[in-house]
Design a protein around this ligand. Structure first.
Ligand SMILES: [Zn+2]
Length: 407
């Protein structure tokens, strides 16, 4: 009797070890998608640090920095140009380079740049934006300095832990401002996209994601144009579609196709990540976090949203903006000096949760904490084509991060 129980215990131990081993060596790569990073006039003003005589956006990202930097690839839509001064907000955006510096410092790895504001500052705006991102080591796709770069850099390949994911980016339009040679902006054009996807499929990718700028502003639900393109992308074998532009959140849909068991996921709109839009629904957004795990086949493991709300407040005669992770326990009523702000955040949460509860399929709310299995990759090298002060800021950050890791 005793020996039988020892035998079963050994078997159990063996199974447990197998289970642990399998999970330890599992190849898994994590993503976090953020919506529109806007740069309205009041945001530019708020970023000015008068004592240091320079712009600084770090505090905007601070409350979500841990979340952003805990995934393998954090990807956001940069809805401004970095065209240099004069810095302007709506309707033709040019933000200080320091906005991109703060993105980098917070852990954002990729900025997609094809949106209706890509051409706000003409060819110079497109070229300079790309140059600044290159200088900071921020990967990007969507707009290009010239057609050669469009050919070689259009498909952004994100590879880690043996999993290879491709990223493409398109916009419905550029507010009627046409781009001119040599620059190039990816427009939503089914012939062009089909060509790009066919080319991408030859790259031995595990998954293909398309980030699309589309939809009608301030609408809670996708329109027929979005649905048509979503179906088109699905038919072309795309695995995930991430949308932005409506400035409000729209549904997230997961499906497993019956015929071939292929997974397909759509996020119709992530809403605003940061902006000066203060009306209910426009004052927040959603991050979408997911991971792909390789276990013979590469499959979606996590797929969840994390609500964020833009906290705009006055302190020391100056406005401030911070993106708060809504469900984080730190940001309860006691955090806010003004109860009105807490109410506004609650209104946003109530609306977004109700919409997602009603419309989402297979995507639920995640906890706004970094996940332990999601270890961040080392920061990439910064190339010296940006002003020295930016380089020194980034180097400082890298050193600080390295020190943190050692501790
Ligand atoms: Zn837009």
């Amino acid at each position: 009797m005793v020996s039988v129980s020892i035998f079963y215990r050994k078997i159990l131990k063996f199974i447990l070890c197998l289970f642990i081993a399998q999970n330890t060596i599992a190849q898994e790569v994590s993503f976090l998608f953020l919506g529109d990073i806007m740069g309205h006039g009041p945001q530019i003003k708020a970023a000015w640090n008068d004592s240091l005589k320079r712009y600084n956006y770090d505090e905007v990202f601070h409350p979500v920095e841990q979340l952003i930097s805990s995934v393998d690839f954090a990807i956001a839509n940069l809805e401004v140009t970095l065209a240099g001064p004069p810095y302007k907000g709506y309707p033709q955006f040019s933000s200080p380079d320091d906005l991109a510096v703060a993105c980098k410092k917070s852990g954002i790895d990729v900025l997609v740049t094809a949106n209706n504001h890509s051409c706000d500052r003409g060819s110079n705006g497109i070229i300079r934006t790309v140059k600044v991102l290159d200088s900071l080591g921020i990967q990007h796709t969507g707009t290009f300095k010239n057609s050669q770069e469009r050919d070689s850099l259009n498909l952004l390949v994100l590879e880690k832990k043996g999993i290879k994911v491709g990223l493409l980016n398109y916009t419905y339009g550029t507010n009627g401002i046409k781009f001119s040679s040599p620059t190039y902006v990816n427009l939503l054009d089914s012939t062009l996209i089909k060509k790009d996807i066919d080319k991408a499929h030859k790259q031995n990718l595990d998954k293909l994601i398309v980030f699309v700028h589309w939809g009608v502003e301030y609408k809670d639900l996708p329109n027929s144009y979005q649905k048509k393109y979503n179906q088109f992308l699905k038919d072309q074998g795309v695995d995930m579609v991430i949308g932005a532009h409506p400035h409000v959140v729209q549904p997230m849909l997961y499906e497993k196709q019956k015929a071939n068991k292929k997974e397909f996921l759509t996020v119709y709109s992530l809403g605003n990540f940061v902006s000066n839009q203060r009306d209910i629904r426009k004052d927040g957004g959603a991050m979408f976090r997911c991971s792909y795990k390789k276990n013979k086949k590469v499959k979606l493991k996590d797929k969840e949203f994390i609500l964020t709300w833009v906290y705009k407040f006055s302190l020391s005669n100056k406005m401030h903006y911070q993106v708060l992770p809504c469900a984080h326990k730190k940001y309860d009523q006691s955090f806010f000096s003004n109860n009105e702000d807490y109410k506004k955040m609650q209104n946003y949460i109530t609306h977004a949760r109700a919409l997602f509860k009603q419309e989402n399929t297979g995507v639920s709310e995640g906890r706004p904490n970094p996940k332990i299995h999601m270890d961040k990759h080392e920061p990439v090298e910064i190339h010296a084509t940006v002003p020295p002060r930016i380089i020194s800021k980034i180097n400082f950050l890298k050193e600080a991060k390295a020190k943190k890791r050692k501790r």
